[in-house]
Design a protein around this ligand. Structure first.
Ligand SMILES: [Zn+2]
Length: 320
């Protein structure tokens, strides 16, 4: 039975080591079974979220986040001193961006190393850290959760927690990968290297072909346990107690050259050792193919043939 819409019309799609990836024919949710144990997850996430960011890269990232937050939460001069919470805030780019915009920013993260980084780099103080999402005893104007929900065993319970954390009239934005999107076909370092090659290892050619053609990306247990579509994400929000009128679904796109050979081999700021200069020679052969594929991708995007890589659940609480 589909864990979100409870339909019995489900397909067993892909073997993934100890897991199987299923797809609901009714809401198109992709989901993994069996769910990992809490102990397995704790072991899996040790040091997972934390990558000490490069200073220059991080500043660019914060600037990008400032623009993104203004748009996502429709921020204006009136928004100053309103409260903002980032749930699963990682290395704190959105937290820092919110502070720079003039919001009172709060931070929640289970990765202690990431938290230590934000304390050290951006002066995060204990008063602005949430250790748990239950019984917080206060509510926030804006709540962001960026690429967290797909990792959790119970996404509906998570959305219920967020529902209690936002003030009436406030907004929640939950970003997550878009299940079954077509655009990932144009990111071969993800579709082929990240998914088809792993599926091949787990279950041979037929398994790899199903992953590629059924587009099971973003569901790769024990990391991502769910991959949401518009229907399944909306249904999850309804199950969590939000009203139809409060729910809005938006999509977002990955930058064209993200996870590309161009980005991987030709960013001279990031990769400038002798070895990396030498690796550029073989990579040059792939470059013309990549350029052609990116032109095609742009054309298909323009024609509306590619479903985007990201999906956002936007909730305006008690909008009525
Ligand atoms: Zn379903």
């Amino acid at each position: 039975m589909c864990p979100i819409c409870h339909s019995e019309d489900i397909d067993e799609l892909v073997g993934w080591g100890d897991f199987t990836i299923w797809k609901c024919r009714s809401c198109s949710l992709l989901y993994a079974l069996p769910l990992p144990t809490d102990e397995d997850l704790t072991a899996f996430y040790q040091g997972f979220l934390y990558n000490r960011p490069d200073k220059r890269e991080f500043e660019k990232h914060v600037a990008h986040r400032r623009r993104e937050l203004k748009k996502l939460f429709s921020l204006s001069a009136d928004s100053k001193n309103k409260t903002f919470l980032d749930v699963g805030a990682g290395t704190g780019a959105a937290y820092q961006a919110a502070k720079e915009i003039g919001l009172v920013a709060y931070y929640q993260e289970i990765d202690q190393e990431a938290r230590a980084f934000v304390e050290e780099s951006y002066g995060l103080e204990n008063d602005y850290v949430l250790d748990t999402l239950d019984d917080v005893g206060r509510q926030f104007n804006y709540v962001l959760s960026d690429n967290v929900i797909e990792h959790l065993k119970d996404p509906v319970a998570f959305l219920e927690q967020l529902r209690h954390l936002v003030k009436p009239g406030g907004r929640i934005v939950v970003k997550t990968p878009h299940g079954g999107n077509k655009e990932t076909w144009f990111f071969p370092m993800i579709s082929l290297q990240g998914y088809a090659a792993k599926a091949l290892k787990y279950g041979g050619m037929a398994n790899a072909a199903r992953t590629f053609f059924q587009r099971t990306w973003a569901c790769d247990p024990p990391r991502h346990l769910y991959s949401f579509t518009a229907r399944s994400l909306r249904q999850a929000a309804l199950n969590a107690g939000f009203a139809e009128e409060e729910i809005q679904i938006l999509f977002y796109q990955q930058p064209l050259f993200k996870y590309s050979v161009t980005e991987r081999f030709f960013d001279v700021h990031k990769y400038n050792s002798l070895r990396q200069w030498l690796m550029r020679l073989p990579a040059l052969i792939i470059l013309p193919f990549e350029i052609v594929s990116k032109v095609l991708q742009l054309l298909f995007r323009y024609l509306g043939l590619l479903s985007p890589t990201g999906i956002s659940l936007v909730i305006n609480k008690n909008k009525l």
